[in-house]
Design a protein around this ligand. Structure first.
Ligand code: GFB
Length: 333
């Protein structure tokens, strides 16, 4: 157990993203009153000189390293250079700068894609580096694995209390709704929403194209649950090994599409685009270690999806700038 001083400076790297914004909300709700953030314009996290300079000026006692270039299956397979370079650099610069200023505790966030494509399900932490990776996201996965190893190396050589958490697929308010780069949940919400709006407007077809065969299985965690888990781990976890963060429950992409359909657009006709990849057949995390520490998720998928859709509708209605990737021409007036 680490006693975390809520008035000490805590830096959230990546505060504008899905995860970072949820962590900032949660820290504020938990009484943290010295939350540090830096925009991309202020600090290029890929530059060691800029990051070290910022750390020396701000000296965070704690760091939540949740910044990175992220995206869904298509973005991962079409932009491999950005995914490996940006992420490897960001992990390296932030971990090193935290070491330079003597940051007391750092939490690094990885991803469930670090595990082998054919890992035994549910996936225990010790399956890391036991087999080949899924090809659609191996670039991102390699960078994420390097991040785990960085934290371990700094712990071993310098005694730094740097920990790694591996979340399952995430979703929630603040997600990216750009169809070329988003993950499946925001993509489905937007596709079902746009199809309904268009059908109501033009009286035309109400068809929604879903990628792949629908047979892949995924586990989803609401980002507000992840934010709770990150603070919980900062306070209760201090181990060399990374730790899985998930719900322990998965479903097929077909079942997911039907659930989003029920919430957003029950009349829609679903069409499967099998020219698009399914990706990893299944990646259900074994969350025994996290459960044994005493942490449980609190938001079930159906209510999490409904909550995310209401957030999306509010953003559309308010013309918010934070709704990434949404074409306002298709928004209801
Ligand atoms: O969310 P997603 O892009 O990420 O795709 P991954 C999950 C599944 O949903 C795949 C299917 O089987 C997709 O084919 N899918 C169906 C769709 N329709 C759509 C759609 O309209 N958009 C998208 N994006 N998918 C990512 C990795 O893998 O997961 C990253 O590429 C990272 O490295 C992240 O680990 C959590 O689960 O396949």
């Amino acid at each position: 157990m680490t006693v975390i001083d809520r008035s000490a400076p805590i830096y959230v790297a990546g505060h504008r993203g899905l995860v970072g914004s949820a962590i900032v909300r949660h820290l504020e709700a938990e009484g943290f009153d010295n939350i540090l953030t830096a925009t991309r314009e202020q600090v290029d996290l890929r530059s060691q000189a800029e990051v070290s300079h910022w750390f020396k000026a701000n000296r965070p006692r704690y760091v939540m390293l949740v910044a990175g270039t992220v995206g869904g299956i298509l973005a991962n397979s079409t932009r491999p250079a950005e995914f490996i370079y940006d992420n490897m650099m960001i992990h390296g610069t932030v971990v090193h700068a935290a070491h330079e200023v003597g940051t007391e505790k750092l939490l690094y966030l990885g991803s469930s894609c670090i595990y082998p494509r054919h890992a035994t399900q549910p996936i225990t932490e010790d399956q890391l580096l036991t087999g080949p990776l899924e090809s659609t996201n191996e670039w991102y996965a390699i960078a994420k694995i390097a991040g785990i190893k960085l934290c371990q190396a700094y712990r071993r050589q310098y005694g730094s209390d740097f920990i790694s958490a591996m979340p399952t697929n995430l979703y929630g308010p603040g997600d990216n709704f750009d169809l070329a780069s988003s993950h499946v949940i925001p993509a489905l919400i937007r596709k079902f929403h746009d199809a309904r709006v268009e059908a109501e407007r033009s009286g035309g077809s109400n068809r929604v194209e879903v990628w792949g065969t629908g047979s892949a299985f995924r586990e989803f965690l609401h980002v507000d649950d992840l934010a709770r888990a990150c603070l919980f781990l900062l306070e209760n976890y201090s181990d060399d090994s990374h730790i899985n963060v998930g719900t322990g429950i998965d479903l097929s992409i077909r079942e997911l599409a039907e659930t989003v359909q029920r919430i957003v657009n029950p009349e829609a006709e679903l069409v499967w685009d099998t020219s698009k990849p399914d990706g990893t057949p299944r990646k259900l995390l074994d969350v025994t270690r996290l459960r044994e520490l005493g942490w449980e998720p609190s938001i079930d998928l159906e209510s999490g999806l409904a909550d995310t859709y209401s957030w999306f509708l509010n953003e559309v209605a308010s013309g918010s700038e934070t709704l990434r990737g949404f074409d306002r021409a298709a928004a209801p007036r």
